[in-house]
Design a protein around this ligand. Structure first.
Ligand code: PLP
Length: 379
C-alpha cells in the first residue's frame, strides 16, 4: 500500500506486447484498431480514435471544433492542468469556474454566470471519476450555442443512468496514463458520434493525412498516434476493465462506509443514478478541526500512501499566474488576470483533501488496515 496507484499487468498484456514487437508492429496499427472498436462499444459511441495520451486527445478535440484565438472556454480549476492547457494550446482562454462543494464537479450555475459573447465551449471534467451534471451542462450549451468537450480522462466506467461519460457532449477524451482505471502506459482515446469531427481528428493526429494515408497531406497536422505495443496493453486492459472497476468500487465503498461515521470529514457526494468510476477517493477535512498535512503524515506513518493530488487549483498554478508571459499566444490574446480569480469552494477542497489508495491491487485486508487507521485518526 505504499502507492496510490499501481498498474495491474498480467501475462496477457506481456504476451500481446511481445508478439506485437516480434512482428515489428511499432506504429499505430492492428491493436489500435481493435482497441478503438472495443472502446467505442464499451462507451456506446460511434467513433473512438486513439491518441498518444489524454492531453493530445483534448488538444485534438480543441483543434477539431475550431477554437479560434481569444475564444473563451469554461472549465473547472479543480482538475489536472492538462484540461486548462489544452484550451491554451489553440489560443483559447480558460475561464476557470467554481465547483459544486458536494460533488467537486463543475457547477452549472457558475458556468451560466460566466457565459459571454466570446464563450465558445464548455470543458467539464469528470473529476475523480464522478460524472458532471451533464443534463444542466448540455441545456446551457444548447441555449447558448456552445460546444461541449468532456474531459473523461479520469472516468472510464463512469455513467449517468447507464450512459457512459464522454458521450454526452460533441467529443469525449480519455487518458490511459499509467495510474488510470485502465492503462496503456501513455495513451488516450477520443470518442464522438460526429462523422465530420472524427474525420478531422483522425487526420489531425496523423500529419493531416487523408484516409488513404501515404504522403499526401490535406491540413496542418500533428503526430499524436498511439504506438501499437501500447495499444496492445490498452486492449487487454479494456477487456479487464469491468472486474478492475468492481474492485475499485468494493474498496471505495468500504472506505466511504467508514468515513461516513465521522464528523468534520466530507466525502464526494454521488448523485442518484450516477455511477462513480472510483479513480480517486479523496475525502475533505474540516480545516478548523484537522490539519490535512497531519492526516497525510499519520497515514504515511502507517505505511499508507496519501497525498493532496491537486493542492493548487489551475488558477493558482504558476503557469497561469506568471507563465503566460512567455506563452506565444499572449502576444495575440488578452488573458484575464488570474490572480484576481477567487473560487472559494475550489480553494477549500484543494487545500483540505487527502487521497486514499483504492486501486484494484489494494486487498480487502489492506482496506481493513486503512479503515483501522482512519478510526484511529478521526474516530
Ligand atoms: C482530468 C485529466 N485531464 C487530462 C489528463 C491528461 O492525460 P494524459 O496524462 O494521458 O496526457 C489527465 C491525466 O493525467 C487528467 O486526469
Amino acid at each position: 500500500m505504499k502507492y496510490i496507484a499501481q498498474p495491474q499487468i498480467s501475462e496477457e498484456e506481456i504476451s500481446l506486447v511481445s508478439s506485437t514487437i516480434r512482428n515489428g508492429q511499432f506504429v499505430e496499427g492492428k491493436n489500435a484498431r481493435a482497441l478503438e472498436k472495443e472502446f467505442a462499444e464499451f462507451v456506446g459511441a460511434k467513433h473512438a480514435i486513439c491518441a498518444v495520451n489524454g492531453t493530445a486527445a483534448l488538444h485534438l478535440a480543441m483543434e477539431a471544433v475550431n477554437i479560434s484565438p481569444g475564444a473563451e472556454i469554461i472549465t473547472p480549476a479543480f482538475t489536472f492542468i492538462a484540461s486548462a492547457n489544452s484550451i491554451a494550446f489553440v489560443g483559447g482562454i480558460p475561464i476557470f469556474t467554481e465547483i459544486n462543494p458536494e460533488t467537486y464537479t463543475i457547477d452549472a450555475e457558475s458556468i451560466k454566470n460566466q457565459i459571454t459573447p466570446q464563450t465558445k465551449a464548455i470543458l467539464p471534467v469528470h473529476i475523480f471519476g464522478l460524472p458532471c451534471d451533464m443534463k444542466s451542462i448540455n441545456d446551457l450549451a444548447e441555449d447558448n450555442d456552445l460546444v461541449v468537450i468532456e474531459d473523461a480522462c479520469q472516468a472510464h466506467g463512469a455513467r449517468i443512468d447507464g450512459q457512459h461519460v464522454g458521450t454526452f457532449g460533441e467529443i469525449g477524451c480519455f487518458s490511459f496514463y499509467a495510474t488510470k482505471n485502465m492503462i496503456s502506459g501513455e495513451g488516450g482515446m477520443i470518442v464522438t458520434d460526429n462523422d465530420d469531427l472524427a474525420e478531422r481528428m483522425i487526420s489531425l493526429k496523423n500529419h493531416g493525412r487523408g484516409p488513404s494515408g501515404g504522403y499526401e497531406h490535406h491540413r496542418i497536422g500533428y503526430n499524436m498516434r498511439l504506438p501499437d505495443p501500447l495499444a496492445a496493453i490498452g486492449l487487454i486492459q479494456l477487456r479487464k476493465l469491468p472486474p478492475m472497476l468492481e474492485k475499485r468500487k468494493r474498496n471505495a465503498e468500504e472506505i466511504r462506509r467508514t468515513l461516513s461515521n465521522f464528523n468534520h470529514i466530507e466525502i464526494q457526494k454521488i448523485p442518484k443514478g450516477y455511477t462513480h468510476s472510483h479513480y480517486v477517493c479523496a475525502p475533505v477535512v474540516d480545516a478548523d478541526k484537522f490539519s490535512v498535512d497531519n492526516v497525510i503524515q499519520q497515514l504515511k506513518n502507517r505505511n499508507i500512501a496519501s497525498r493532496r493530488i491537486y493542492a493548487l487549483g489551475c488558477h493558482k498554478q504558476p503557469t497561469y499566474l506568471q507563465g503566460l508571459k512567455e506563452w506565444r499566444w499572449s502576444q495575440f490574446v488578452k488573458y484575464p488576470d488570474y490572480s484576481k480569480v477567487s473560487l472559494p469552494n475550489t480553494e477549500r477542497i484543494s487545500e483540505n483533501h487527502f487521497e486514499i489508495p483504492i486501486h484494484p491491487g489494494v486487498t480487502p485486508s489492506e482496506i481493513e488496515l486503512i479503515q483501522n487507521a482512519l478510526e484511529e485518526i478521526f474516530g
